[in-house]
Every structure is written in structure tokens, then in C-alpha cells.
Design a protein around this ligand. Structure first.
Ligand SMILES: Nc1ncnc2c1ncn2[C@@H]1O[C@H](COP(=O)(O)OP(=O)(O)OP(=O)(O)O)[C@@H](O)[C@H]1O
Ligand SMILES: [Mg+2]
Length: 174
């Protein structure tokens, strides 16, 4: 496994169903095939290991700080990190930007109605039925990135097209 010249943390943020995990998997595979050290941190997987983490503002903030700090430690040791978290609050994302050396924010954007129509995990249906509280985009805010390094509009692009936009951007680091 080669160390990249310059490690970085590629942080994908966006609504549930916007395409973060789909794209993170593609990017991870692309970097991995180059033989570079890369780790993937995904919200669902990480939450599986911290099952007590809920979805109040405080719990979300703690979760993002915890995984953001972890990402920075990997980066410090030369590992590229591909992180996919809804991470709806600007302050928490800023915290991660500040602890990392090279933080690349990717806004994985699709309008709420498109994400809701996709309803990949059936969560929107459950939230609309009142079975899930504090659901981002419905009864909890998503604070859009003000100056993301990359934006992909996944309602207009294919998965391949969105992945290419990101890969083109990170090319200079690889
Ligand atoms: N350009 C695109 N980029 C990414 N995904 C896309 C794109 N176009 C369509 N999709 C589809 O959108 C869905 C996105 O689901 P995905 O699980 O990746 O979302 P997510 O952002 O990880 O959601 P969650 O926050 O709930 O984990 C997939 O079914 C994917 O095939
Ligand atoms: Mg996901």
C-alpha cells in the first residue's frame, strides 16, 4: 500500500438519499485501485458501532466531532479518508474542517422531493408517518454548505457523472 503524496479528507454531506454512500463507494474503489491508502467512514456503519448515538442536535454534533476527529487522525498518518455523513449542521462541519489538514467538502445535492421519492431505505415514509423524529429535511434542518469545494447535483447527473466530477477534483492530490 502506497502512501499518497498528500492525504486528505473528502467529506460528503447532504440529505438522506442524496447519494453520499453510492458516491463514496465509487470514490473509495477508484482510490483503492490506485494502490493508495484509503479508508471509508460512513454514517450508517459508524452509527452501528455507536448504537447509543441518537439524532438530537447535541448527539449529532458529538457524532460528527467524534468521526471528524477520527478522520483527522487517519489523515495525519497518510491515509486518505472518504467520509459520508448527512452532517446537517454547519458548525459541526466547520469543526471537522478545522481539525483536518486538507478538508474537501462535497455537497451531494438533490432536492428534498427527489430524495423522498427515492426513499432508498424507506425512512422518509416512516418519518412522514411520525415513526421517526428529528428527520433531516422534514422536522430537522439541513444547513446547506455555503462554500463547498465541490457540488454534485445528483438529480441531474448519473452516478458515473457525479463520481467523475469528484474524481477530477481530487486528481491533483493523487
Ligand atoms: N448522480 C447520482 N449520484 C449518487 N446517487 C445517485 C445518483 N443518481 C441517482 N442516484 C441514486 O440515489 C440513491 C442514493 O442513495 P444513497 O444510499 O447513496 O444515499 P445517502 O446519501 O447515502 O443516504 P443516507 O444519508 O440515508 O445514507 C441510490 O439509489 C443511487 O443509485
Ligand atoms: Mg448513506
Amino acid at each position: 500500500m502506497k502512501e499518497p503524496d498528500k492525504a486528505f479528507v473528502l467529506w460528503l454531506t447532504g440529505l438522506s438519499g442524496s447519494g453520499k454512500t453510492t458516491l463514496a463507494d465509487r470514490i473509495y474503489e477508484f482510490i483503492s485501485k490506485k494502490g493508495l491508502s484509503v479508508e471509508k467512514l460512513d454514517g450508517d456503519i459508524l452509527r452501528g458501532f455507536f448504537p447509543a448515538t441518537g439524532f438530537t442536535r447535541q448527539q449529532r454534533d458529538e457524532h460528527i466531532k467524534r468521526v471528524g476527529f477520527m478522520a483527522s487522525m487517519l489523515e495525519k498518518h497518510g491515509v486518505i479518508v472518504v467520509a459520508s455523513f448527512i452532517s446537517p449542521y454547519r458548525n459541526a462541519r466547520r469543526f471537522v474542517r478545522d481539525v483536518c489538514k486538507n478538508f474537501i467538502e462535497v455537497y451531494v445535492h438533490a432536492p428534498l422531493d427527489v430524495c423522498e421519492k427515492r426513499d432508498v431505505k424507506g425512512l422518509y415514509t416512516r418519518a412522514r408517518a411520525g415513526q421517526i423524529k428529528n428527520f433531516t429535511g422534514l422536522d430537522d434542518p439541513y444547513e446547506e454548505p455555503e462554500k463547498p469545494d465541490i457540488i454534485v447535483n445528483t438529480d441531474e447527473q448519473s452516478v458515473d457523472e457525479s463520481a467523475s466530477v469528484i474524481i477530477d477534483f481530487i486528481g491533483k492530490y493523487l
